[in-house]
Design a protein around this ligand. Structure first.
Ligand SMILES: [Zn+2]
Length: 323
C-alpha cells in the first residue's frame, strides 16, 4: 500500500480528527484523538488503518505508553477492525465497547466471517485487512449513561441502537461534541450527501430515529461522524438524517408489496438514493470516486437488505400479536 503522510486536523477544543486511510482511501473513515490527562482514541479504523493511525498518533505527540483509552462506537470492521493491532502497539490503553460488542473483540472470528459473507473474502481483505483479537483483560464493557473518565475530561455513553443493536454515541464533557459513529448514517463531505446506514441484520427504524433524537438532545456543539468529519449544524443534520431514513424505509416498504427480489429492491432504493445526490452543482466532482466511497461505506444493496429484513421482522411481529 502506498505510504501517505499522516492527515490530522482539529475539529473541537482538544479534539483532532485522524484520516484512517481505510483500504488506502482518503476521507472515508475518521478516528479522533481527545487530548486529556488520559489521552483517548475514539474509533480505530480497520486493520488496513493501523499504520496510518499509529503514524497520525505520533504526529499528534502520542508516545506508545501515553495513550490511555481506545473507545469504539460499535464493532463493525470499518470502525474497530484495527483495535487488536493498535491495542498491542499502545500497551497502556484500555479498550471500551458496548457489552454486547465486547466478546467479538476478544474473539473476532464470527464478526470476520459475517463481514466476509457481505463483502466476499477478497474485497474484505482489501478494505479491512487483518483483524486481530484484543486481550480479554484489556476490554471494558459499556452501558447507557456510563462515564469514561479521562482525568480532566469525560466521555458519557449514549446507547444509540438502530444501525446496530450495540451502537453507542459518546458525549465529550468539555465541548459537548458527540462522536456519532454511524448513528445518523454516513456523510460524504465532498458531495456533500448524508446517506442512511441500514445494514442487516440489526437495523431497526424506530430505534434509529429515537437514537438520533437522543443525540440531538445531548449535543451542545459539533457532531463528529466516523464517515467523515465534523458537522456543526446539529438540528439540520438530525432533521435530514431522520427524513432520509424514513424516506428510504418507505421506498423499501412500498417495493416489498410487489416484490421480495433483492435485485429489484436494490434498484428501487438506488433510484431514490440517486435523487438525494442529484443536486447538479457537483457535476465537476469526481463522481466515480464518490460513487466508490458511497458503495464501500454504505452500499445500496446492503441498505436494501437491512431495510427489507426490518420490514419482514416487523410484519411477523405484528402478525404474531394479532393471532
Ligand atoms: Zn461505518
Amino acid at each position: 500500500m502506498q505510504e501517505r503522510p499522516p492527515v490530522v486536523f482539529p475539529v473541537a477544543d482538544g479534539i483532532s480528527a485522524i484520516d484512517t486511510f481505510m483500504g488506502g482511501r482518503a476521507r472515508y473513515t475518521a478516528a479522533y484523538l481527545l487530548y486529556a490527562t488520559e489521552p483517548t482514541l475514539v474509533e480505530t479504523g480497520p486493520g488496513t488503518s493501523v499504520e496510518p493511525v499509529a503514524a497520525a498518533l505520533g504526529t499528534l505527540g502520542m508516545t506508545t505508553d501515553e495513550l490511555a483509552h481506545i473507545v469504539l462506537t460499535h464493532i463493525h470492521l470499518d470502525h474497530a477492525g484495527g483495535v487488536g493491532q493498535l491495542a498491542a502497539r499502545f500497551p497502556s490503553a484500555t479498550v471500551w465497547v458496548h457489552e454486547r460488542g465486547a466478546p467479538h473483540l476478544v474473539d473476532p472470528s464470527r464478526l470476520v466471517a459475517s463481514t466476509a459473507r457481505v463483502w466476499g473474502e477478497q474485497e474484505m481483505r482489501e478494505l479491512f485487512g487483518p483483524t486481530q483479537p484484543v486481550d480479554r483483560g484489556r476490554v471494558r464493557s459499556l452501558h447507557d449513561a456510563d462515564v469514561i473518565r479521562m482525568g480532566d475530561r469525560e466521555l458519557r455513553v449514549l446507547e444509540t441502537p438502530g444501525h446496530a443493536s450495540h451502537h453507542v454515541a459518546l458525549v465529550d464533557s468539555r465541548t459537548g461534541a458527540i462522536f456519532t459513529g454511524d448513528a445518523l448514517g454516513i456523510h460524504v463531505p465532498d458531495l456533500p450527501v448524508l446517506r442512511p446506514a441500514t445494514p442487516p441484520p440489526e437495523f431497526d427504524l424506530e430505534r434509529y430515529v429515537d437514537s438520533i433524537e437522543r443525540i440531538r438532545a445531548a449535543a451542545r456543539s459539533v457532531l463528529l461522524f466516523a464517515h467523515f468529519g465534523p458537522l456543526p449544524d446539529v438540528a439540520a443534520t438530525c432533521d435530514l438524517a431522520i427524513h432520509r431514513v424514513r424516506d428510504w424505509a418507505a421506498v423499501v416498504e412500498k417495493a416489498l408489496r410487489e416484490t421480495a427480489d433483492p435485485e429489484e429492491l436494490t434498484a428501487r432504493l438506488e433510484a431514490a438514493a440517486l435523487a438525494d445526490i442529484d443536486s447538479g452543482a457537483e457535476a465537476t466532482l469526481n463522481l466515480a470516486m464518490l460513487e466508490d466511497r458511497l458503495r464501500l461505506l454504505s452500499s445500496i444493496k446492503m441498505n436494501a437488505q437491512g431495510l427489507a429484513r426490518y420490514w419482514q421482522k416487523r410484519r411477523k411481529r405484528e402478525e404474531e400479536s394479532l393471532s
